[in-house]
Write a protein that binds this ligand. Structure first.
Ligand code: ADE
Ligand code: ZN
Length: 335
């Protein structure tokens, strides 16, 4: 198959996305429109200037813009529109099931409560499910640059909404904020019946992946690409089959890898780890899920059976009910 044929084929497959920050899907057009609506001054004259600002040195330089961008989200309708626009992309990219992260503290710190953003998110999710059968789950992520006490308060505020939240996660500035800082709140989340994921081994060392596995008892590792630096960890991940939600465009934009040709996702897959492909923050990193597949097709010597495995892994790594999973896997087998 040529690269173009591989791209067409993967685009046509039903897919799952497991690592997507809804605040990272805020497109410059919506950012400018909401800034206008709420009379918020942005340091950009037009959409081109916003896009030019998306040149990052590292994770922190991205996070600074990402949190600033999120400040235009104020009322329920803004959160509805944000979610709705992303779910339309899912339809376009054939993403049949998605597990979407949101950062409550980014909003509660500005005085915007769970009642506002949860209602907006849910309205869009229900509409997409009714209109084209979109399947989606929500993951509530704690910001690791804040204290564990703040994460505990956030979990407390989320209690009336736990029926709509499948898991807790951990994101934001990794270096200096190891998983062990959040042992207690993850234990509380586990007792409440929530599943657990955490960003680890993106900028942080392989030790942080061990920390997420041991101290937080996570089901999946978000990113995890630096696991490759620790042979014992790689051995463990092959045995345990903890999924890694890898984000190729994110990793090159944030200079985790200097070029897509250097990316290790194929190496991880061929070693037998449960690697998956995801977009992370599509509006900031230059593409949604299909674009991430296209980027690895363009720059890595990937073959059809490896793409197939990546797609199957995402279904298996998801938190969707077993029966739904079985039906989709059967369908994909026929592609
Ligand atoms: N928040 C949004 N995207 C993130 C990433 N790639 N790493 C850590 N925190 C994030
Ligand atoms: Zn992420």
């Amino acid at each position: 198959m040529t690269k173009n044929e591989l791209k067409q084929w993967v685009a046509s497959l039903p897919k799952v996305e497991l690592h997507l920050h809804i605040e990272g899907s805020l497109e410059p057009e919506l950012m400018m429109a909401l800034a206008d609506k709420h009379q918020i001054a942005l340091p950009y004259a037009n959409i081109e200037e916003v896009k030019q600002a998306y040149n990052f040195e590292d994770l922190q330089s991205f996070l600074d813009l990402y949190y600033f961008g999120a400040s235009v989200l104020k009322d329920e309708d803004d959160f509805y529109q944000l979610m709705w626009n992303y779910l339309l992309k899912c339809k376009e990219d054939n993403v049949v099931h998605v597990e979407i992260m949101f950062d409550p503290q980014t909003h509660t710190e500005r005085g915007i409560g769970f009642d506002v953003f949860m209602q907006g998110f849910k309205r869009a999710m229900q509409q997409a499910e009714q209109e084209w059968g979109q399947s989606c789950l929500l993951i509530m992520s704690f910001l690791r640059h804040l204290t564990e006490q703040s994460a505990i308060q956030t979990l407390e505020s989320a209690k009336p909404y736990l029926n709509d939240i499948i898991a807790v996660g951990l994101d934001s500035a990794e270096l200096g904020n190891p998983p062990e800082k959040f042992t207690q709140v993850f234990e509380m989340a586990k007792e409440l019946g929530l599943k657990r994921v955490a960003h680890a081994g993106e900028e942080g060392p392989a030790d942080y992946v061990w920390g997420a596995l041991k101290a937080l008892d996570v089901h999946r590792i978000d990113h995890g690409v630096r696991s490759i630096e620790d042979p014992k960890l790689i051995e463990f991940l092959i045995q345990s089959q903890h999924p890694l939600t890898v984000c190729p465009l994110s990793n090159t934009k944030l200079k985790v890898f200097s070029h897509m040709q250097e990316h290790n996702v194929l190496q991880l897959l061929d070693l037998g780890l449960m690697a998956t492909i995801n977009a992370d923050d599509p509006s900031y990193f230059g593409g949604y899920l299909n674009d991430n597949f296209f980027a690895i097709i363009d720059h890595l010597p990937i073959q059809k059976h490896q793409l197939h495995q990546l797609v199957i892994n995402s279904f298996n790594a998801s938190f969707m009910p077993a029966e739904q999973k079985r039906k989709w896997l059967e369908k994909i087998d026929s592609y």
